[in-house]
Design a protein around this ligand. Structure first.
Ligand code: SOE
Length: 349
């Protein structure tokens, strides 16, 4: 079987995850790599057996390379827009990491380019592939908890907490990222709400920076932090479904804790990355009689991100895939959250 020839841009921590996911699928081969750091190009190039002339410091050369069937982009946020734009210009299919761009202003020209020349595009909203979330979506859609009235979503990590003394890295640099935990983890929560319940119609928000300065390892000076490390927002979704959201990097004890609770007229669902293979389900068996179940995720809900990417490259659009417009809309909502927080107002979307 011939494999899809992938050009991988950005060889930092998340690239390792993508390589692992691609390898597990068995139908992808990384034939070209790109990074600004020569050391990373050499290390990953050698590890993957990428020919030396296919190790690019300029990602445009990788995107234009006819030997590359599709691009996987795993860079920091400041080059997301430019890479997506180059892929659209070159007509090259891609999977891009979130958030879509740093700010919505960068997203608007991308939509114009996409409408001029659409290409198969996927956003790496990875948690659409957490089995428990996919099963919860199915249970909701099948009406198993009745009409959904409200939900809460939280995404907690602990690595940024004061006691960890994390220095000033790119994730805290507003010029690189646009926002802090909001764009990094909040974008996943927004996507999860859209995946499960439909569209955002109205929201209010509060962003906050818990740790106001961090040490720059290069200079030893303290640097003021201009991005959030706590974000909360609440929204009205399609059909009047009400949601509350919380994310922070300062939740001690939380490694990667992304979870959803869903409240319907006849039951409650809870799904979490801490328990990705089951959904807890509180079900009304008879008036006033509740059963508390832990339900194993059925096999058909175990879909992988790269199986969906393969399908996309083969010309189909799988159910539940996050496409270009999901990235674009996600960014629009991120920007609305920033505005709502700054102006202390409730915004209609
Ligand atoms: C941040 O710690 C991070 O790596 C995010 O950038 C990813 O999107 C998330 O899936 C895991 O956490």
């Amino acid at each position: 079987m011939s494999k899809f020839r992938i050009g991988l841009i950005g060889l930092g921590g998340m690239a390792g995850e993508h390589i692992r996911w691609m390898n597990a699928e068995g139908c992808f081969e990384v034939v070209a790599v790109s990074d600004v750091y020569e050391e990373a190009l050499l290390r990953v190039g050698e590890q993957l057996g990428v020919a030396p002339d296919k190790r690019y410091t300029d990602y445009n050369l990788l995107i234009e390379d006819p030997a590359v069937d599709a691009v996987v982009s795993v860079t920091p946020n400041n080059v997301h827009a430019a890479i997506i734009h180059s892929c659209l210009q070159a007509g090259k299919p891609f999977m891009a990491e979130k958030p879509f761009t740093r700010v919505f202003e960068e997203a608007a020209p991308l939509l114009e380019a996409y409408e001029r020349q659409p290409v198969p595009a996927m956003l790496a909203f990875t948690y659409r592939y957490t089995p428990a979330f996919r099963y919860a979506r199915e249970l909701v859609r099948d009406g198993k908890i009745g009409a959904v009235r409200s939900f809460s979503i939280q995404y907690l990590q602990g690595w940024g907490a004061a006691s960890n003394n994390v220095p000033y890295i790119w994730r805290f640099n507003k010029d690189v990222t646009g926002t802090g935990t909001l764009g990094d983890l909040g974008s996943h929560m927004i996507d999860m709400a859209r995946f499960l319940f439909g569209e955002f119609e109205e929201l209010s928000a509060q962003l906050h920076t818990i740790i106001p300065e961090r040490i720059d390892p290069a200079s030893g000076n303290m640097v003021k932090i201009e991005v959030d490390d706590f974000a909360s927002f609440q929204a009205r979704m399609t059909g009047g479904v009400m949601g509350v959201f919380q994310t922070t990097r300062n939740a001690i004890g939380s490694g990667n804790q992304h979870e959803v609770s869903i409240y319907g007229d006849s039951g409650t669902l809870h799904a979490s990355t801490l328990n990705p293979n089951e959904v807890s389900w509180i079900r009304e068996e008879a008036p006033g009689q509740l059963a508390k179940l832990s339900v194993d995720v059925p096999e058909h809900c175990r879909v992988t991100q790269y199986a969906n990417f393969k399908a996309l490259l083969e010309g189909t659009i799988p159910d539940g895939i996050a496409g270009f417009m999901d990235g674009y809309r996600n960014q629009e909502i991120l920007d609305a959250i920033v505005r709502a927080s700054e102006t202390k107002t409730t915004l209609r979307l």
